[in-house]
Design a protein around this ligand. Sequence first.
Ligand SMILES: [Zn+2]
Length: 347
Amino acid sequence: MGGFFRVNLIRQAAKLTFNSFCAATSLARIKLTRSPSLLILTYHRVLPEGHSARKIEQPGMVISPSSLNQHLTLMRSLGATFISLGEWLEAAERGTNLPRFSVAVTFDDGWQDNYQYAYPILKKHEVPSTIFLVSRRINTGWQFWPEQILDLLINHADKLRDPALAWLAQDITRCGYQTGTALTNEQADAVISRLKSLDDKTIEEHLANTRSAIPELGEKPLERHLLNDDELLEMRASGLVTYGAHTQHHYRLNRLKDADRLQQEIVVCQDDLKDKGLNPVSIFCYPNGDISSKGEELVKTHYSAACTTERGWNQTPAKPYGLRRFNFHDGNGSSVLNFLATMGRPV
Ligand SMILES: [Zn+2]
């Protein structure tokens, strides 16, 4: 056996041992915890293997319907009480007895696939969930800028040397891109991470300018990626799905300087959802987990609780403005071992 393979094998064995240890920690916690705990499972997109939308998606954003199904089945078999986040918070506030092991399911951003692929699974298991919506993007064909970037870098690699893409050139070169090939998903993901040093509005303006300079980019009408009113109202009527606020435009809030804009994104977002008859719960979810102290003040004034991107379990009484969650995707949720290990890994 060559040295490279031996090192690789040892690495894999070490990873497996570590994952098994974390999974065992997680199981022990589930079985032994006496005081009520809340575990929040978070998802973004739910798409079957081979779905075309997966090609232009970041690795940490997608899980398959079969993995979601497996997570819910496993949690129930381990004694979980599924509860909507809103109901759990209300009960905690009233001081009502909470289940020993509560599990709440949340989805961020309001993707159309939540209706198409996740909702049937939620119905099958009768599991309640909360979807955090970007109010001014509902009913639109809008794409989040990371998906637009991925589309550009993966599907339009022939345009990468166009002067209209000069604003991206340095980031593309730094991620190891070789002229003449398309970027891999990992390279494109690295470009997205680098771009986060700019604010969202600036990136969107760059993209709009690029699209008008290279007409072929805008030729194909965009598929609708986000939920529409009919889908939202149908899920709401089932009693299984509730909605929370995730800003109006999904701008990262720590980068918004304008006080009025901040107010709109945080406060008016909830009014938008009310106007649509969606009866939102009073829970805010920070895009990308980012917030400024001014923004946090607004959230505390106008909402009863907020979800973060921090990993971890929540004890009762939880800090309602710092709810921790576990975000699942193919990379950490496609097997029972990975799923359990993610919840047992040291934070
Ligand atoms: Zn989001």
